[in-house]
Ligand binder design. Sequence first.
Ligand code: DGJ
Length: 698
Amino acid sequence: MKILENGGVFILETENTHYIMAVDSEGVLNHLHWGGKCPEEDYFSTYKPWERNSNHSARDLSKTEFIPYGGTVYRPVCFMATYPDGCREAVLTYKDFNISEDGDNFLLEIILEDKPYNLDVTLCYKLRENTDIIERFVKVNNNSYSLVVLNKISSGEFNLPSLRPYTSTNFNGAWAAEFRMESTVIKNGVLSYDSRKGGSNHTVNPVFILSQNADEKQGDVFFGALAWTGNFKTEISRDFAGRTRAVIGINDFDFSYNLHPGEEFITPSVFCGYAKGFSSMSNQMNSFATEYILPERYRKEPLPVLYNSWEATWFNVSSEGQQKLAELAADIGCELFVMDDGWFGQRKDDHAGLGDWYVNKKKFPEGLKPLIDKVKALGMRFGLWFEPEMVNPDSDLFRAHPEWAYHYKTRKASLLRNQLVLNLTREDVKEYVFKVMDDMLSEYDISYIKWDMNRAYSETGAENLENPQELWYRHVKAVYEIADRLKKKHADLQIECCASGGGRVDFGSLSHFDMVWTSDNTDPLDRLEIQHGFSLLYPIKCMRAWVTDTNRGSRPNDWDFRFNVTMQGSLSIGGNLLKYSEEELEIHRKYIAMYKEIRNTVQFGSFYRLANFKEDSIYATEYVDENQSVLFLCRGANTFFNSKFYHINLDGLDKDSQYKFEYEGKEAVFSGAYLMNVGLDFDMGGTLQSKIIVLKKA
Ligand code: DGJ
């Protein structure tokens, strides 16, 4: 890992890649290369500064590192500003650079300036040991004596090397159908994915994945993931000369930001990388997240097996009912008991109570203490559900402070799930939210919060702000701030990020929250697809997955199948244990105990997608660490001729080691080389059969 500069050429060197930039004769920072390495001297000796030509706008076609709106640039830009004299164009030219070392990190800052306006735009590149992932972010400093309005400020522009079209992969999801992968070949024009809902969204995700001739094991894959839990925009464009670029960052839709004299604006980071094949991309991001992104306190610890009461009791929680569930949860091996929605205010259903974060005395006459004491006595930790950013019109909070929700005086507030969004950009609202949560955490022994968020914003009036278009940005920052402050004060607190399932899965939330609730859809067949999409860029460890009663009876999937699917992430239990037979509880005990044996491998090992329903009619995933490998096989619902046996080649094993496991009812030993190069047939019986095979390294 190193950073070099020589005559305006910058080389970022990671384990396996080079990222090269150079300043041209007009002072513009151009992009030269991203991908495999070459000898350094080659870059210095071959770089020819950009030269103007006279027909098409050469600047528009050039590969720039951070192109602003201005001059003859007509493609998606990274930066737009309005200056005090009314000028709406920016010219960013090279001013200086700085390389610093901070522990294991290297930081390159390339300072560009818009000279007449005394505005600095600093492009930051952070490199870390043992990874090819580069972190990029941008700082804008107003060194003038006047206000500058930022109209667009992206986190980075990315130029791809090949002139042939790239395939863009993102998602076409929905509530309960997150991470439905879609790929599109971009031959011309601009493909834009964005969120305007306030959060990062169920439908699309703040990432770009651009590939050529790629599958799991080979091909070129360029990717970037934005660490932002709010409105974002990804624009991928290809021009007539065949140049593909991606611009990613905070959405400029209904956004602007007043940058006062002396102030600085820092964009969210984008974590980007280049990989040979999708598997390498996923593994790079998986280990980068557990190494560097997740909140430090629990980064390296496996997540506990949790029980969540939502699907068992819905809003009908009571001290007695929860205690009964807790007894069974502890008995089957759960380590954490989370009481979901329904415990506060006048919460009977989703029409009332949000905002009133005091314990409902009818449901919990003696407060939460008896329940929490019981949970603790049973050897589990206790967690509680909140939806801190929301308010029901039918709540004490709204009756006292109707002005605390985003609103316009002339517009009727649109309800979604009967609730409104609190204006967290107001200091008093932010403090209220912090205080009510802090009070609960201080009064009770609560070490886990499920932080939910169940609606998109609307009527986003925020009279308190000098520039109300800052609210999208400021709201997200307030969420991060509250989460961070709570964690700082309550050192052992873990927070799960939920937004009607996976509506807030991004590396912004994963920098402040410890894990995510992946989806409200707990049907195992659907889940396989959702988990497949999730696993592309997000850490397996953070993927909460519940075994529930969902679709019991209507879709035939047995307990083995359900556990098989959920054990591929962070195993959790969400069904109504009170209704289960002793035999069913025993199945739970067996699998939870087994999960604890393989949890480190699943949550921290290398991860391989070996087969999927689209291509194979079976799902196969594999997790590998230095001690063992775990293979999950799930056969789909369709039947095909000759489809009883599935041939699987494993991956990621040590070719020279022997692996011992149960195969066809007997103990078998095969070399890693055989399992990877030759592979084995697995008898998957009929439809919806599943197997978990643990291969112990000898
Ligand atoms: C939506 C979440 O995704 C569910 O898990 C549950 O917490 C409900 N909200 C509660 O209202």
